[in-house]
Design a protein. Sequence first.
Length: 179
Amino acid sequence: MTAKLEIRPVADADMAAIQTIYAHHVLHGLASWELAPPDLAELIARRDSVLQAGYPYVVAISEGRLAGYAHAGPYRYRPAYRFTVENTIYLHPDQQGKNIARPLLQRVIDDCAVRGYRQMIAVIGDSGNHASIRFHEKMGFHHAGLIEGIGWKAERWLDSVMMQLSLGPGNSKPPQAPA
Ligand SMILES: CC(C)(COP(=O)(O)OP(=O)(O)OC[C@H]1O[C@@H](n2cnc3c(N)ncnc32)[C@H](O)[C@@H]1OP(=O)(O)O)[C@@H](O)C(=O)NCCC(=O)NCCS
């Protein structure tokens, strides 16, 4: 499986498959707190904004199919947060549990470290998302907090699980400007 896995930057032709994957998780999961799936044009606009801001956006191709995607983006917009990113990762539901998520997110982690970012934050919905929490633990993230009951979706209150990974020297040295 891993031998046939390619991790590469996103291309225009990937966006329809990305929209299908994301729509599934919006409709059937609690990781995304959107209530209606955005259309293709909206996801293309969001990708363009991620890339124009200088964050990595990559896809995993397994046996010729787009198995998942991951990217970074701003954690919050006030400028003191500018060395901190938030990560996003979604796999096709048939491709979970196949060791695809690890190399996919690792590429985003490595790209962010090279670009000078110092912290990566995972904002996980919700406390019941054991696959995501366990996955981020395996990737080296530590638990950084729990915000209880701040979302409402699927007729229930949702928690935000905050997890954090230091990048490069983390907070042990002052930052240098991202490339
Ligand atoms: C989160 C995600 C990217 C992880 O990818 P994955 O391929 O499932 O990752 P892994 O195979 O490494 O599995 C992660 C761990 O969760 C465990 N796990 C999976 N489903 C689980 C469940 N329902 N309950 C408990 N643990 C579960 C796995 O056993 C594994 O732990 P282990 O290695 O100790 O056995 C993927 O599940 C996904 O796309 N989920 C939906 C969207 C999402 O939640 N994205 C993250 C947004 S922050």
